[in-house]
Design a binder for this molecule. Structure first.
Ligand code: FES
Length: 128
């Protein structure tokens, strides 16, 4: 099975740095993992996981309520790289999106992140 890179936002950065797992350039709160291994427990409540391929950001605004959006910023196409406090951050020009519905909280983006499909079955999370 093909492994896909995932950037996970949350408090695991330190642990992943120790294990040598890849970390993005704006890695203050991100780390990578296989998309196939994402479980509900991997998505912090109020935080999220940024998947490199497919380009999706998964959030969990409240316990067991998982949302998925494209991780491609509608402003100029950068990938969002961080999720905290139910907000999704684009590193390029500072746009901030809601982790609840993908809407714009702060520009320059004028459009929100498009919703993506996600299914949660027990602890398994499927998306695309
Ligand atoms: S590309 Fe995201 S804010 Fe500009």
């Amino acid at each position: 099975m093909k492994r896909r890179d995932v950037l996970k936002a949350g408090a695991v950065t330190g642990a992943l740095a120790v294990t040598g797992v890849g970390v993005s350039a704006c890695a203050s709160e991100t780390a990578s993992m296989s998309a196939e291994s994402i479980t509900l427990a991997d998505i912090p409540v109020g935080g999220g996981v940024v998947v490199s391929e497919p380009p999706v950001v998964l959030t969990q605004p409240t316990a067991e309520a998982v949302k998925a959006f494209t991780s491609i910023c509608p402003h100029q196409g950068c990938k969002v790289n961080n999720v905290s406090d139910n907000q999704i951050f684009c590193p390029c020009h500072g746009s901030i999106f809601s982790g609840i519905d993908g809407s714009v909280i702060q520009g320059p983006a004028t459009e929100g992140l498009a919703a993506a499909s996600v299914t949660v079955s027990g602890n398994d999370v499927s998306f695309g």
